[in-house]
Design a protein around this ligand. Structure first.
Ligand code: ZN
Length: 185
């Protein structure tokens, strides 16, 4: 991201929103602040996830769950935030994932322009196709979308739930139900 370019574009946008010919005192440094904020909010584009992923050899063969991973993302339709929690379940095969890696993966896919459906699928596909090679992955995302709330929908706190189910969780109903049961705890 070219921060200087973003700055000048935000400046134009602010002037247009307020119908003025230039920035006023309160918004004078806003373009710079927005550029800095965007470079952090959208840093998913700058990261290289492949190099970061670490797995460990393990004989553990039961379902592993990482629950309530906080995420903040931006909807690609309105450039407004949506945020919430991600639950990830996987059934390992010979390797397990370092506990901190779940948050890193979520961060990587959420810090970009997105729709929740694609973000959910991206997280699941990444884990499924990674060197972890699990027997199955299930990702459930619960998101609150400011573009929905701010634009006057009657329901005060709508939550969107999306899921991506891969491998054995897709094929085997008993295994899927076991994971869903563990997610409720
Ligand atoms: Zn939106």
């Amino acid at each position: 991201m070219d921060k200087k370019k973003v700055e000048s574009l935000v400046k134009e946008l602010l002037i247009e929103i307020e119908g003025e010919s230039n920035l006023r005192e309160g918004t004078l440094n806003t373009p710079k602040r927005v550029a800095n904020a965007y470079s952090e909010i959208f840093n998913g584009y700058e990261q290289d996830l492949e190099e970061d992923i670490t797995i460990f050899k393990a004989s553990y063969s039961e379902i592993i769950i990482s629950k309530d991973i906080r995420f903040y993302s931006m909807c690609e339709h309105h450039i407004l935030p949506y945020y919430g929690k991600v639950d990830i379940a996987y059934l390992p095969f010979e390797h397990i994932l370092g506990i901190s890696k779940f948050a890193r993966i979520v961060n990587y896919f959420s810090h970009r322009l997105n729709v929740q459906e694609r973000m959910t699928d991206n997280i699941a596909n990444y884990i499924m196709n990674s060197n972890l090679k699990p027997r199955g992955v299930m990702v459930i995302v619960k998101g609150t979308h400011l573009c929905e709330i701010m634009r006057g929908v009657k329901e005060p706190n709508p939550i969107m739930i999306t899921s991506a189910i891969k491998g054995i969780f897709k094929e085997n109903i008993a295994t899927r139900n076991e994971a869903l049961q563990l997610l409720k705890i």
